[in-house]
Design a protein around this ligand. Structure first.
Ligand SMILES: NC(=O)C1=CN([C@@H]2O[C@H](COP(=O)(O)OP(=O)(O)OC[C@H]3O[C@@H](n4cnc5c(N)ncnc54)[C@H](OP(=O)(O)O)[C@@H]3O)[C@@H](O)[C@H]2O)C=CC1
Ligand SMILES: CC1=C(/C=C/C(C)=C/C=C/C(C)=C/C=O)C(C)(C)CCC1
Length: 298
């Protein structure tokens, strides 16, 4: 406890990752791109995976300007075989990945009963199942050297939940459980050279949850996070080899109250803070977007 408190108030020693090989999933997306640029700044060579080839290549271009080697692959993380095949290519053509950042994520953004099954399934496959296949593909090399770092970009919604994002909460609770169990596994095997970091951010202003908002009067107290701030905070935690980080720190409170208060008290708190209906405008946005897409395709 003392060392954790000291870590919070003193500047922890940050590790050097110059020359390491870092694989980032969802690297074409908002946070993925910023992670790529931060890892490049630290001198890590990059392997960038995304299903969106154009966006991934754009990230690669920007990262190459920092003077590091960058390799790209177009991978659909909802397909186990695609992950294994791309991982084999990386092993043969590039080498051993020493830092793995599981960042790609999706959300259905529909009410459960109106959501196509495939969309619900996709959330679980990308946000949760892919963690199993990524770890099975890259952990053996890390174990052989007793050196590596596995980062999971989960969510505050992997620690406590809210209405209308059943798929997302199920997948992120899964991601949290997976990463914690893996961390215990590595400790139990005395593989102290392999670290894990679990990142749990609140709403980040990237567009993924456009419209999600809490009670107006509280929005100033807990505003959506700036993407660069989120990534910088995460980088500090990663380089300090911190096991878990909630961004902002205020997010530890709903995690604690969820565990300590009776269910009814939590429901009342949600109502008071607008946490119960925070996803309604986001779902509306997604419905409008889906309707527009349907018009375009028909
Ligand atoms: N934004 C937020 O409020 C928060 C986000 N997070 C988490 O942070 C992570 C990054 O989010 P953010 O940057 O906002 O999201 P983005 O949508 O900007 O980025 C996600 C990236 O992952 C890609 N991706 C989606 N599905 C697949 C797939 N099947 N295979 C490969 N790549 C895929 C996306 O491609 P495409 O664009 O083509 O779909 C996109 O490039 C996610 O895990 C998210 O859950 C956590 C807390 C809050
Ligand atoms: C439920 C709830 C809250 C709102 C949380 C929200 C709005 C979280 C959104 C997180 C997102 C979008 C994560 C994405 O990965 C409060 C007011 C903090 C506290 C009371 C309970």
């Amino acid at each position: 406890i003392l060392s954790a408190v000291l870590q919070t108030f003193l500047r922890p020693r940050l590790k050097c990752i110059d020359g390491e090989l870092c694989l980032i999933t969802g690297a074409g997306g908002a946070l993925g791109r910023l992670f790529a640029l931060e890892f490049a700044k630290e001198g890590a060579n990059l392997v960038l995976w995304d299903c969106n080839q154009a966006a991934n290549e754009q990230t690669a271009e920007l990262a190459r300007e920092k003077g590091v080697k960058v390799y790209t692959h177009t991978v659909d993380l909802s397909r186990r075989q695609d992950i294994y095949e791309a991982a084999e290519k990386v092993r043969l053509d590039v080498g051993d990945v020493t830092i793995l950042v599981n960042n790609a994520g999706v959300v259905a953004g529909r009410r459960l009963l109106e959501c196509p099954d495939e969309l619900l399934e996709r959330t679980l496959l990308v946000n949760c199942h892919a963690l199993f296949w990524m770890t099975k593909a890259f952990l053996p090399q890390m174990k052989a050297q007793n050196h590596g770092h596995i980062v999971t970009i989960a969510s505050a919604l992997g620690l406590f939940s809210t209405a209308c994002v059943e798929d997302y909460c199920a997948s992120k609770f899964g991601a949290v459980g997976f990463t914690e169990s893996l961390a215990h596994d590595l400790h139990a095997e005395n593989l102290n050279g392999i670290k894990t970091t679990l990142v749990c951010p609140y709403i980040v202003d990237t567009g993924m949850f456009e419209g999600c908002e809490i009670r107006k009067e509280l929005r100033g107290l807990i505003p959506p996070l700036d993407p660069l701030y989120t990534v910088k905070q995460s980088m500090n935690a990663i380089l300090a080899e911190q096991q878990m980080i909630c961004i902002p720190r205020l997010m530890y409170i709903p995690l604690l109250t969820r565990a300590l208060l009776p269910w009814e008290a939590n429901v009342a708190t949600y109502r008071f803070m607008g946490g119960d209906r925070c996803m309604m405008p986001f779902i509306k946005n997604m419905e409008i977007k889906a309707a527009k897409d349907q018009v375009k395709t028909s």
